[in-house]
Design a protein around this ligand. Structure first.
Ligand code: FES
Length: 321
């Protein structure tokens, strides 16, 4: 066998290195395809959990309608990108991860909006994390983000230290741009929330002619026909006649997650549209999920039957007084 020249040996070594590199790239591409497929499944699951939340939690549409529309956008993005991932449209892989990362940040960010609804962050966090669909949605999106982090190893193999861009790769700038684009879509969708807002308006009770500090006159209250007043400002209450003829003033904010209650004259009860809690005429829970009785407002009545609120009794996650 003729002896190979150093040049031939060098060429052969380069060829073997290139073959090994191509084989590694092939394996990396296969692994990335598998990761993309998994990401597609998690994204579709995430969309399904989001749709379930939208369909079953009325408080989203009544109390936090901009969050509801935001979730519509997140579920829509997850569904579209989930399907594209399953169809192996490789260019969307990293966009999907950007969408999932944004979804995780927004879901966690929801919790800090608690004071907007009169609740503490801890109480609202306990409520949200107590919803299995919320947890499942979050886990699905976190898994997609982890798949994205894991994919970096294979992308590095595929690109050969940045020698060429692949159908899977994207620069940090591209990644950031897609996150901003998704955030824009979610913000625009949430901005439409005022269209779908379910107005929570209480029947008003006239206070004209009442002395300063009075919120109602007992002559305005009849069996089955209560009066309404704010105390403290911004916190709705009902003044109603109980079956024994005495008067009681109760908070109109449900002690579950602070949706506004509606008065039901038959049975003298207060009903919550968000998750169906019912309170009796003393503010006690008749049906959950609420477990805390309604706070009551102590009041005095002067000789002219004017009602003056004095203080709030009882505790509620909806800060009052
Ligand atoms: S807010 Fe959930 S039952 Fe009232």
């Amino acid at each position: 066998m003729p002896k190979k020249s150093p040049k031939d040996l060098e060429r052969e070594r380069a060829r073997k290195i290139e073959e090994a590199r191509m084989a590694a790239r092939g394996r990396a591409r296969q692994s990335l395809s598998k990761l993309q497929f998994l990401a597609g499944i998690f994204l579709i699951l995430s969309a399904a959990f989001g749709i379930y939340l939208l369909a079953t939690d009325n408080s989203l549409w009544i109390l936090a309608v901009s969050h509801a529309y935001g979730l519509v956008a997140i579920a829509g993005i997850d569904l579209v990108f989930g399907i594209l991932c399953l169809l192996m449209v490789r260019q969307v892989f990293l966009w999907s991860i950007a969408g999932a990362l944004l979804g995780v940040l927004l879901q966690i960010g929801d919790i800090v909006t608690a004071p907007q609804y009169g609740m503490t962050i801890q109480y609202f966090a306990a409520y949200l994390f107590g919803l299995w669909a919320f947890d499942a949605l979050l886990v699905a999106q976190v898994l997609v983000v982890f798949l994205g982090l894991f994919s970096r190893v294979h992308i590095r193999t595929l690109t050969g230290v940045g020698r060429y861009r692949t159908e899977f790769s994207a620069s940090r700038r591209d990644f950031l741009k897609s996150m901003i684009a998704f955030a824009g879509v979610i913000a625009i969708t949430a901005a439409f929330s005022y269209i779908g807002q379910i107005k929570q308006t209480l029947p008003t009770t006239t206070t004209s002619g009442l002395p300063a500090g009075a919120v109602a006159n007992t002559s305005q209250v009849q069996p089955g026909s209560p009066a309404y007043f704010d105390y403290p400002t911004g916190y709705p209450n009902i003044l109603m006649q109980k079956n024994d003829g005495s008067l009681i003033a109760l908070s109109m904010l449900c002690t579950h997650v602070c949706c506004q209650l509606t008065y039901n004259p038959s049975g003298n009860q207060l009903y919550c549209q968000c998750h169906g809690s019912i309170f009796d005429e003393n503010g006690n829970v008749v049906r959950g999920p609420a477990v805390i009785s309604l706070p009551s407002v102590q009041f005095t009545v002067d000789a002219n039957k004017n009602v003056f609120p004095q203080s709030v009794n009882g505790s509620s996650p909806c800060s009052q007084g």
